[in-house]
Design a protein around this ligand. Structure first.
Ligand SMILES: Cc1ncc(COP(=O)(O)O)c(C=O)c1O
Length: 398
């Protein structure tokens, strides 16, 4: 029988799955969530890639308090000059300008940023065809879902957007399907919900090259893998390949709802005229979200990304040597671990929960689970969490 907290429907709330985790969280600080029963849970998934600086970061909290005393929403996006937007844009674009990415459009979520980017690439190229890659997940609205796979997640909602197709992940020959009719290819630099799967280096290079040959744009979705999670500020920096459009979200708002798409100014200008207001949003660039974003980006500067990488290497080695583990993928605080089947993963999530660890599944890799703790997690708390995870793996066996 479903526990009371998991029965959202009884409380009048929509449900997205028949079996939600159903924790009731009353407080969150650093890597720790506190339940109404006074139990402390270690957040090994950062609320699915959002709380990258841990929960309740004091600088983000202060920025929010300061802003709430000044003003909340004052106008739809793009009409009034708003100081928090300027600060967020400067902090975000500083490290991206050297790549020619010098214009940002702030929106309300990762999904909306993908939708905006899909419109941008069509306007900027005058072409209609868009490709995603198999295994990609880009969001739940009609356009973003068109780009996403697997097909069983899409089929219930057909017809989706025309002229949106999929290239098989990692298959070199398939790149020939990108032609001078193609507006853009959308790819996650590291696929998140496919189980943490980086674009293979040779394929990534060939993809960039093919896009250049035919004048198609390369859009990298770093909504989940960006902003330090892989141990690089931007995941694409590990490859030396630069996108035409970069899409961000999740951690970007420091816990506030926010997304962004970033491109060169010339491309971004295509949303300004013919038609004017090519993308419009009431709440995009909200002063609270932008204040939190600017504070988040300042704090991110202080994170030792080398240590994040080293931590990932240590966890990977420890997990790989456990007999219940079939495979570990990823870098930094962005790891995907496979067991020998979905049932074993379900047992592990329960065994970890008994020990006060929060783990979570992937959308499209049922035999895997994710590890994505806050980037600010301390060494001793991570060591303790790893020891408990290994104990939970002992319990479920393999
Ligand atoms: C890679 C990627 N793109 C897009 C999205 C959609 O973002 P949001 O749920 O914030 O709209 C997600 C969400 O999980 C994601 O992981």
């Amino acid at each position: 029988m479903m526990n009371e907290e998991a029965d959202f429907e009884a409380r009048g709330l929509a449900m997205t799955t028949p079996h939600p985790l159903g924790e009731r969280i009353v407080k969150a600080e650093g890597c720790w969530l506190e339940t109404d029963q006074g139990e402390r849970l270690f957040d090994l998934v950062s609320g699915i890639g959002v709380s990258s600086l841990g929960h309740g970061n004091p600088h983000i909290a202060k920025a929010l308090h300061d802003q709430i005393d000044k003003h909340l929403h004052v106008m739809v996006y793009g009409e009034y000059a708003q100081e928090p937007q300027d600060r967020a844009a400067q902090a975000l674009l500083g490290p991206l300008r050297p790549y020619g990415l010098d214009a940002v459009y702030f929106v309300n979520s990762g999904t909306e940023a993908i939708e905006g980017a899909m419109k941008l690439v069509r306007r900027a190229t005058g072409r209609q065809q868009i490709f995603g890659l198999t295994g990609g997940y880009h969001g739940g609205t009609t356009g973003a879902l068109s780009l996403s796979t697997p097909s069983h997640r899409r089929n219930a909602f057909l017809p989706l957007m025309p002229q949106v197709e999929h290239l098989p992940f990692g298959e070199m020959e398939a790149l020939q399907q990108i032609t001078c009719r193609t507006a853009a290819v959308f790819a996650e630099t590291v696929q998140g919900d496919a189980g943490i799967r980086a674009l293979p280096s040779a394929f990534f290079k060939a993809l960039r090259q093919r896009c250049d040959e035919v004048g198609a744009l390369l859009v990298l979705d770093e909504i989940q893998c960006g902003l330090g999670r892989t141990g690089h500020r931007h995941a694409f920096e590990a490859s030396g390949i630069v996108p035409d459009v970069l899409v961000l979200g999740k951690a970007l708002g420091g816990g506030m709802p926010m997304g962004a798409f970033v491109s060169g100014k010339a491309h971004m200008a295509s949303l300004r005229e013919h038609p004017k207001l090519g993308h419009i949003t009431t709440f995009g660039g909200h002063p609270m979200a932008c204040a939190a974003c600017a504070a988040f980006l300042q704090e991110l500067e202080k994170v030792d990304l080398g240590a994040v990488q080293a931590q990932g290497t240590q966890w990977k080695a420890a997990l790989e040597s456990h007999p219940a583990v079939v495979e570990v993928r990823g870098t930094g605080h962005f790891l995907g671990v496979d067991l020998d089947g979905p049932d074993r993963v379900g047992d592990l999530v329960a065994a970890a929960r008994k020990r006060g660890l929060i783990l979570f599944w992937f959308l499209s890799r049922p035999q895997g689970f994710r590890i994505a703790p806050p980037l600010t997690a301390g060494k001793s708390e991570l060591d303790a969490a790893l020891a408990q995870l290994l104990e939970a793996l002992d319990e479920v066996g393999g």
